[in-house]
Design a binder for this molecule. Structure first.
Ligand SMILES: Cc1cc2nc3c(=O)[nH]c(=O)nc-3n(C[C@H](O)[C@H](O)[C@H](O)COP(=O)(O)OP(=O)(O)OC[C@H]3O[C@@H](n4cnc5c(N)ncnc54)[C@H](O)[C@@H]3O)c2cc1C
Length: 405
């Protein structure tokens, strides 16, 4: 993108100078013009559009977006999913993306493909991607791709995108997916929408409609990338359900040897240290017991842990408790935490603000314990207990212990 000032339209009114929050515009004399003209310092300009809006009457300033011609856009075909793997195993998010990717591919009457990067034993995972719906798998095989490394993965995946040109590329909004997606988008000049909660195809224009919460979750914004390809989006785990597995389903395997140069290896992976405090992966847990500010202090998380333990579940938390330092951010559920969809979600002393609800309202059964009968959590709860959590949580734990022996 670039910004231009049209000398024949600029009247020297200085509205743009006043509008620019970055003091990037200066009025300077211009040969052949009786008044001074706006000159934009590109080192300070962030292309925020404020001056363009201020100059809407004269239309003397324009941000130019480099558009690929429609003919070039038509070279991009197919829906691709990044098949995230850890320790040589494809992660569930990849199967969830394949589930949604199939719907998009059907709408566009195109193929669904997965991109899998890994070391020597990764080929064993390819059959799973076929059985969850991939028509093709692009296998990027190299010892340096065994574990995720930002620079190496970016180079390798960008290379395969540039060669095969997918029109849509979906990644998980996981730690790995978020890091990779942002780098890839810059590398291949794509439009990227992070943390989508819904994806669909515009029936007329056949482009991807990417919906995500905006303004603190108060509105849902639908974003399109009409001028760039691929259209890239990240989606959090558990937003989409994985499609049914069809064992024995086969597809086309395309082996791709990425050019991994020594300069890619400026970052070396020395050791992976697992966080031992995370006993059960929240996003994968079938039962979650979460604590909110109602638990009053850090030590009372013991009540939540005891209930989670007797149910064989994981411990979740509201952001208020994470911000208070009562529990680590790994446990946070919600807009800026994890999106979960367990079979059972028990919310204890959580009010149910929208930013929490967006992360857990897809749970099959929600039980809320809150002493305020008007707490918004009860609007999404399957069962509600209006009462003191310090009374009901230990009672539940005790009863369940008795039942389970
Ligand atoms: C951009 C943005 C992103 C955010 N992201 C997240 C996010 O990812 N996750 C998230 O959780 N929040 C998030 N928040 C914060 C969110 O808006 C709320 O502030 C937060 O969820 C409140 O946490 P809480 O429900 O634990 O606390 P509170 O809202 O203070 O609620 C405490 C509840 O406990 C009840 N209670 C008190 N004592 C007892 C008792 N003894 N027994 C039973 N009930 C009791 C009260 O009635 C009350 O309903 C975000 C906010 C913003 C602006």
């Amino acid at each position: 993108m670039s910004i231009v000032v049209y000398a024949d339209k600029c009247t020297g009114c200085t509205l743009c100078v006043k509008a620019c929050p970055f003091a990037a515009i200066d009025m300077q004399p211009h040969e052949g013009t009786p008044h001074k003209l706006a000159v934009i310092d590109l080192d300070k300009c962030t292309l925020c559009n404020a001056c363009v809006d201020a100059c809407s009457k004269f239309k003397a300033i324009e941000i130019e977006v480099e558009k690929e011609t429609s003919q070039e856009l038509s070279h991009y075909k197919g829906v691709w999913v990044f098949a995230e793997q850890r320790e040589g195993k494809v992660q569930t998010i990849a199967y969830e993306l394949l589930g949604e990717g199939r719907n998009l591919a059907q709408e566009l009457k195109t193929d669904l493909s997965a991109v899998l990067c890994g070391g020597e034993d990764i080929e064993e995972e390819v059959e799973h991607l076929f059985s969850y719906g991939a028509d093709k798998v692009y296998l990027l095989h190299h010892n340096e791709l065994k574990e995720y490394k930002s620079l190496t993965y970016t180079r390798a995946v960008a290379e395969v995108i540039t060669k095969y040109k997918p029109e849509i590329f979906l990644l998980g909004a996981t730690t790995m997916g978020r890091d990779l997606a942002a780098r890839l988008a810059v590398r291949v000049g794509a439009g990227l929408t992070a943390d989508c909660t819904d994806l669909s195809i515009d029936p007329d224009k056949k482009i991807l409609r990417q919906t995500r919460p905006a303004f603190g979750g108060n509105i849902m914004a639908t974003i399109i990338s009409p001028n760039n390809r691929p259209q890239m989006a990240t989606v959090r785990p558990k937003v989409f359900r994985r499609s049914d597995k069809k064992d024995g389903r086969m597809g086309k395997l395309i082996k791709f040897n990425p050019a991994i140069n020594p300069e890619d290896l400026v970052v070396k992976l020395v050791e992976i240290i697992k966080d031992e405090s995370v006993k059960i992966n929240l996003a994968e847990a079938e039962i979650i017991v979460s604590g909110g500010r109602g638990i009053q202090e850090a030590k009372n998380f013991k009540l939540i842990e005891d209930l989670a333990k007797v149910l064989g579940g994981a411990v979740g938390a509201s952001r208020a408790t994470v911000d208070a330092g009562w529990i680590s951010a790994h446990h946070q559920v919600g807009q800026t935490g994890k999106t979960v969809a367990p079979k059972l979600y028990i919310a204890c002393g959580i009010s149910g603000k929208i930013q929490h609800l967006v992360g857990m309202q897809a749970s099959d059964t929600i039980v809320a314990i809150n002493k305020d009968p008007d707490a918004p959590i009860f609007k999404v709860a399957t069962y509600g207990i209006v009462g003191d959590l310090f009374e009901y949580v230990p009672l539940l734990t005790k009863k369940l212990q008795e039942i389970r022996g």
